[in-house]
Design a protein around this ligand. Sequence first.
Ligand code: 1CP
Length: 372
Amino acid sequence: MGHDFAPMKNDLIIRAAKGEKVERPPIWVMRQAGRYLPEYHEAKGGRDFFECCRDPEVSSTLTLQPIERFAGLIDAAIIFSDILVIPQALGMVVEMIDKKGPHFPTPLVSPDDGQYASVMAKDTLEAVEELEYVYRAITMTRKKLQGRVPLIGFCGAPWTLLCYMTEGGGTKLFVQSKTWLYKYPEATKALLQKIAEVCVEYLARQVQAGAQLVQVFDSWAGEMSPTSFRDFALPSLAYISENLPKRLAELGLEQVPMILFPKGAWYALDTVCSREASGGYDVIGLDWQHAPAEAVKTRGDRKIVLQGNADPGVLYGTKEAITATVKEMVEGFGWAERQSGWIVNLGHGITPFVKPDSLKFFLEEIHRQTKL
Ligand code: 1CP
C-alpha cells in the first residue's frame, strides 16, 4: 500500500533523530496543536474532542495549524489525536469533559472484573482496525503537508495507559494504579504486555499510513520507583522498541526513528539510554527537571539523541527569561561543539493560556542562538 507523497523539503528532524550532524537543531513542541491557539478553538467549534480526532479533515486541519502559524520556525508536525484512543480500541468508554479532561465512566477495578477479561481477550489486530480513522488522518495530513515538515505518529506507553484505565482519568494520588501494581502484579504485567502488543501494531499502522517518526508518551513514568520501573514499565517499553522495527520489516515498510518520553523518570535516564535495557529508542525526551549538561553527561558517548527540555512555564515569563532558558539549553546540550544529538522541545506539553507569540519568540531564540 504505497503512498505517493511529495518529496521532503525539510527532513532535519529525521536526520537529527538518527544522530547525524545537522545544520541547526530541529524543533517541535509537545501539544503544539491545542488550546493555547485561538485558531484551535475556532476550528474545533463546539464539537466533542474525540469527534475531532475521528474526523480526518478536522484532525489534519488542527495538526497543520502550528505548522502554518510558525512556518519556517518549526520542523515537525504531530498528528492530532490522543493517547486514550487505545483504551477505546480495547473496548473501554472514554469521554473528554470540557475543561476537566478525560473520564472513563467504568474504569478497570480488579482482575476479577469482567472488563479486565474482555480487554485481555480483545484481538490485537481487531483493536487497531478500529483506529482506521487515525491512519486516514495521517495520510490526509501527509498530503496536506506537501513535504513541508515530517509527521510524527504516537501512542501512550503501557504504564501511562494503565494509569488512565484504572484511575478513570487524571489523578494526583494514583490509588488505583498503585493498587494494581502492588496488589495484582501478575495481572498488571499481563495488561502492560497486552497494551504493548497493541502499541506495536498501532504504531506500525501509523507508519504504513505515512508517519515518519513515532513517539511513545510515558507521561506517568515518574510515578514509579526505580524498581517498579525496571520490573513493570521497562519490559513493556522494550517490547515496543524491539518489535516495532520487526513489524515494519514484515510489512515491507521503511524503519522510522523512535522517541521515548519517560516523563519524570530522571532516575532511569541511564537505563533508557542503554539499548540493552530499553531495546533501542533513538531519541529520549527529557522533562524540564533535567539540567541539560547533566543529562548529556549521563548519556556519555552513546549514540542516543536527547530531546527537550525547556520548562513550559517559561513561556509565561519575560523575553529575558526565555532567552536565558534557551541559552542554558544551547550550552548544556553542547550544540556548538557537537551539532548533533539534540532535538529542541519543551520539557512537557505547552500549556493553555500561553500566548502564541511567546512560543514564537522561543522558536526564534533557538534559531538565533544556534546559528553557526
Ligand atoms: O499537538 C499535539 O501534541 C496534539 C496531539 C495530542 C497529543 C500528542 C493531544 C491532543 N494529546 C496528546 C497526548 C496526551 N494525551 C498525553 C501525553 C502527553 C502529555 O503528557 O501531555 C496525555 C497524558 C493525554 C491525556 C489527556 N488528553 C489529557 C491529560 C489529562 C490529565 O491526566 O491531566 C488531556 C487534558 C487530554 C485532552 C487533549 N488531548 C489533546 C488536546 C488538544 C486536548 C485538550 C482538549 C480540549 O480541551 O480541547
